[in-house]
Design a protein around this ligand. Structure first.
Ligand code: TXA
Ligand code: MG
Length: 354
């Protein structure tokens, strides 16, 4: 594609009040209908949206993000009533899950209806669908009147954006419009559940916890691929790609709290000694950290805060120009499963257990 088609002028519009800013939503929806790219807030992370029924529009998403073409996209709808746009067979648990958790941070995988572009499904026979819980996202989806394919609005491999300025940093000049709806409340992406598999599988832990989902689907399992990051044939294409990486290498220390702390500090001081600028991500207050770049995400008592702030902290580490990041593990109950999943992916193979 010629360069002029790729580099685009990016409009930036702040939504303060949906009633007063209706014109901005209408503008954003018009761009979607024209086949252009609009970044918009959801309750999880910012999404980069395009008309899901237009292969040309969807291809622009991959180009703007530098995303591998075989990694499928989530289709966003304003309500479950619109499901028939991309799905015609609705498996048993789907209605109950959608009634309980939509709008919200849950993505369900169905058999794709004929006509859903390959660019959306990555060539799979299935399609991922979500009704997001953010008022700006819902207003945009209603106004657009077409299903909207949207991955997270970051450059591929970077931490997902939880604020409009993160989107601006990554995608200015690559998208047509950024709608700024303030910081995302949840801060981690939706839980992805494959309902086509027997038993159904959690492919990506996220905003809706495994505990909550098992109240509806008792035999729901966590995909082994969601744990083993280098599975040869991952059940979800997204699992095989590097993710959430800050610029500096991140080392994750998991295990018994006191031992993890001791090791974290020993390593931190050793790196300092070598003249490195060290970033620390901790799960509880840490007093002894002299001249480290320190972020306390709050511990197991407030996993919602850890979830909300994690990606912004990874990006802040980049801004601080740290050479290395040491992070301690979190409790894996509730939202902690999603927090740990993202930390492990950010760490790649740099994980030690104590
Ligand atoms: O919270 C979210 O889910 C955000 C907001 C914008 O909605 N979106 C998001 O999209 O995180 P993305 O593209 O960054 O992640 C979608 C994940 C990827 O890992 C992808 O491989 C997986 O969902 N996925 C999509 N369609 C799939 C399918 N048909 N089968 C298996 N995995 C699928
Ligand atoms: Mg993503």
């Amino acid at each position: 594609m010629p360069e002029k088609d790729f580099i685009r002028e990016t409009l930036y519009l702040k939504i303060n009040n949906l009633k007063e800013d209706k014109g901005k939503i209408v503008k954003a929806a018009a761009l979607i209908k024209e086949g252009r790219l609009v970044a918009f807030p959801t309750e999880t992370v910012y999404g980069l949206g395009a008309n899901a029924l237009s292969p040309e529009a969807v291809k622009k998403i991959f180009q703007a993000k530098g995303r591998p073409a075989d990694n499928p996209l989530i289709v966003h709808l304003p309500g479950w009533e619109e499901l028939s746009a991309v799905v015609d067979v609705v498996p048993p648990h789907a209605w109950e899950l959608s009634l309980r958790f939509w709008p919200g941070p849950l993505t369900l995988i169905f058999k794709a209806k004929r006509g859903v572009p390959q660019a959306v499904t990555g060539g799979l026979a299935t399609v991922a669908v979500r009704v997001p819980g953010h008022p700006v996202a819902l207003a945009l989806l209603k106004e657009a009147g077409v299903p909207v394919a949207a991955p997270s609005a970051n450059l591929s491999g970077r931490p997902s954006p939880t604020r409009a300025e993160h989107v601006l940093r990554d995608l200015v000049g690559r998208v047509d419009l950024i709608l700024d709806g303030g910081p995302c409340q949840m801060g981690l992406e939706s839980t992805v559940v494959n309902l086509v598999a027997t038993p159904p599988v959690i492919l990506r832990p996220g905003g809706v916890t495994g505990e909550e989902l098992r109240k509806v689907i008792p035999d729901l399992v966590l995909s082994p691929g969601a744990k083993a990051l280098t599975a040869a044939t991952p059940p979800s294409p997204g699992m095989k790609y590097g993710h959430y990486a800050p610029k500096a290498p991140l080392h994750l220390l998991e295990g018994e709290e006191a031992r993890v702390r001791k090791e974290l500090l020993a390593r931190a001081y050793a790196y300092r000694q070598e003249g490195l600028k060290v970033g620390l991500i901790v799960a509880a207050p840490l007093k002894t950290a002299g001249d480290f770049v320190l972020f306390n995400l709050g511990g197991s008592s407030d996993l919602a805060k850890a979830a909300r702030d994690l990606f912004a902290v990874l990006r802040a580490m980049d801004d601080e120009g740290v050479d290395i990041i040491l992070a301690e593990g979190f409790s894996e109950t509730g939202l902690g499963a999603a927090v740990m999943d993202r930390l492990r992916r950010a760490a790649g193979t740099n994980i030690s257990r104590f």
